[in-house]
Design a protein around this ligand. Sequence first.
Ligand code: ZN
Length: 148
Amino acid sequence: MIVFDLTCAAGHRFEGWFGSADDFAAQSASGLLSCPSCGAAGIERVPSATRFNSGAVENAPAAKPEQALQGKDPMAIAQILYARLVDQMLTTSEDVGKAFPEEARRIHYQEVPARAIRGEATPEQHAELVDEGIPVLRIPMPSRDQFS
Ligand SMILES: [Zn+2]
């Protein structure tokens, strides 16, 4: 859900909650939006930051205002930041493939030097690692060209 600051033709300001920017655009285009103060249609977004923008993104650590993120809707920003996180994990970890559960155990029990690894594990293997108190993170992998 995202919040938009909206205004009617008479200048009444109010908030609208939408599933997405597209959701707002669709409701706006079909005239479903009206001002709660005067009932007027012709609702427009106030051209300022949404609450999501002024909250979560700016307060996130290491997130600075960037050209690439400006003007994008919150979901797009979240996807971009997520893709970057995944990229960073891919470039700073060693791919051990299907040996992941075994390798994660050897690191946890200090049989080998600690390092960042990534690889594959079945849901069962993942559950076993968690049961043993081994810190593993399961992330869904977006396709690499999804955010270009
Ligand atoms: Zn109004």
